[in-house]
Design a protein around this ligand. Structure first.
Ligand code: FRU
Length: 515
């Protein structure tokens, strides 16, 4: 690639005044709209410590980064409707990844090259202290057959953590940078990072013209001038079709590539989500920039999880946040619902025995209120326990057969429960299956309400950490070896929790109300 005129970019003076003068009417409108409309949504109508959309619609997490002493999280955003539409970037900041403060929308589809949407992307901090966003610009183009199709290019914007100016030399990667046979219609979601030598790399989702996903690697000396390097990983028709939202990082001595493939076929107990998530773990030859796969798995085994993105936190933790929805079911609500879209809890990642493990970020412990503990509770029916209820809960269960010689049939914990509603997590030791079931959560739609996960275990011992935040449940099984996530839009008055056993079970439970 020829050198781009880098001076354009270095000459942009980042004073608030100058930037503000340059904010488009489209972005100004979005900012005014979100500020007014957010007041119409009561705090109780939204999750508490999970980031949800300010108004309207949210999908993928974008630009997850640490800048000027705070975590920044942007997101795919359509403020004007609780359904997907022309994509903006919403913006929020947090010091602990749990208390979020909204900032004004950061990007709007206001340039020729992104007039049909500012799609997903990522962020880094430049050596001069500015914040660089890299995102996908979408612009429809009439095709020879008369149809209009989205053309996708990669673009950048530079800012101060509030206002961002799109680079005058955008787009920085176009169809001309694609390898042979790459689709210009499916070329999106750049995730960039800085290497120790100061140069930059980014991975971008793409597919062949036949629709087979692959992840492309690009390099840049400065975050502005980008050059195609290679195909980092290719689907070879194994996991779904187009591969969206890639991320690539080293963790515990392994190379981890995560991506969200569209249109996946289930395989055993893996990949049941249609548009699902894939984690490839392997090795990386730093010099040759070659990734060798060794293991594949779903990232989450529940119903609502997609497009996760990670950050390397200042203290060295690799933290991941995903969109807590499923593309097949996120459009069934009525237009009068003022918001749709929340993120998962941020999760600390590790690789153990070649598998990806996830644990809720440790900051969550600071939200714990009163502790309620019950030990060695043996039961063989439905029970409730004093002090165990609520919809904002952090609860750890350890379960084993009351009689080591006699395995129980089934254990379940039910929550968001009243006489009408309940959602449950159950475990069947004979089959080694953990299941989330929200059939009775209040949904009036005939959609998928259950999902199962195979947890290798034959002795009936299981550990679960269950996090509830009003409209969601996240279950971390056996210290994060398997995770199941689901939303449940059950009336908040359903706040009972009960335990059920078919056969005799003994259980320790410790529960905290989350403040
Ligand atoms: C994934 C995705 C991305 C795209 C964005 C558009 O959920 O389809 O590939 O950038 O959503 O909103």
């Amino acid at each position: 690639m020829e050198s781009a005129p880098i001076l354009d970019y270095n000459d942009v003076k980042l004073t608030r005044r100058k930037i503000t003068d340059m904010i488009s009417q489209t972005l100004r409108d979005a900012r005014r709209y979100e500020e007014t409309m957010e007041r119409k949504i009561g705090r109780e109508e939204k999750p508490d410590f999970h980031l949800s959309t300010r108004v309207g619609w949210m999908n993928d997490p974008n630009g997850f980064s640490y800048y000027k002493g705070e975590y920044h999280l942007f997101y795919q955003y359509h403020p004007y409707d609780s359904h997907w539409g022309p994509m903006h970037w919403g913006h929020a900041v947090s010091k602990d990844l749990l208390h979020w403060e909204y900032l004004p929308a950061a990007l709007a589809p206001d340039m020729d090259y992104d007039r049909d949407g500012c799609f997903s992307g990522s962020a880094v901090v430049l050596p001069d202290g500015r914040h660089l966003l890299m995102y996908t610009g979408v612009a429809k183009e009439t095709q020879p057959d008369g149809s209009a199709r989205d053309i996708q290019t990669q673009c950048i914007a530079v800012g101060d953590g509030i206002d961002y100016e799109k680079y005058p030399g955008n787009p920085v990667l176009t169809r001309d940078d694609l390898p042979e046979g790459g689709s210009k219609f499916d070329f999106r979601d750049p995730k960039l990072w800085q290497k120790s030598d100061g140069s930059y790399r980014c991975v971008v989702g793409n597919c062949t013209e036949e629709g087979d996903g692959r992840i492309l690697l690009f390099s840049s000396p400065d975050g502005v001038r980008w050059k195609y390097e290679k195909i980092l990983a290719a689907n070879e028709k194994r996991f779904g079709k187009m591969w969206e939202c890639p991320d690539f990082f080293m963790l515990d001595g392994k190379a981890v590539l995560i991506t969200s493939p569209q249109d996946m076929l289930p395989y055993g107990f893996e990949y049941h989500n249609g548009n699902g998530t894939l984690c490839l773990i392997g090795s990386y030859d730093e010099e040759m920039e070659t990734f060798t796969e060794e293991h594949n798995q779903s990232i989450d085994y529940g119903i609502d999880f997609y497009a996760p993105q990670t950050i390397l936190a200042p203290d060295g933790r690799r933290i991941m946040i995903g969109w807590m929805q499923n593309w097949d079911t996120c459009n069934l609500h009525t237009p009068d619902q003022p918001w749709l879209g929340q993120m998962t809890l941020p999760r600390e990642l590790s690789v153990k025995n070649g598998r990806l493990y996830q644990q809720p970020i440790r900051e969550l412990e600071a939200l714990r209120g009163e502790e309620v503990r019950h030990e060695n509770v043996t039961f063989s029916d439905e029970i409730s326990l004093a002090g165990i209820e609520g919809r904002k809960v952090d609860m750890e269960l350890t379960v084993w057969p009351a009689d080591a010689e006699k395995l129980y049939q089934r254990f379940a914990v039910r929550f968001a429960q009243n006489d009408v509603y309940r959602t449950s997590i159950s475990f069947r030791p004979y089959e080694s299956i953990v299941k989330v079931d929200r059939k009775f959560s209040g949904s009036r739609r005939a959609i998928i309400h259950q999902r199962r996960c195979l947890v290798p275990n034959k002795d009936g011992n299981i550990k679960m950490r269950i996090i509830l935040d009003r409209f969601s449940v996240e279950v971390f099984v056996n210290d994060g070896e398997y995770v199941l996530t689901a939303t449940m839009y059950t009336d908040l008055s359903a706040d009972r929790i009960s335990f059920f056993a078919d056969g005799e079970v003994t259980m320790d439970v410790v529960k905290y109300e989350l403040k």
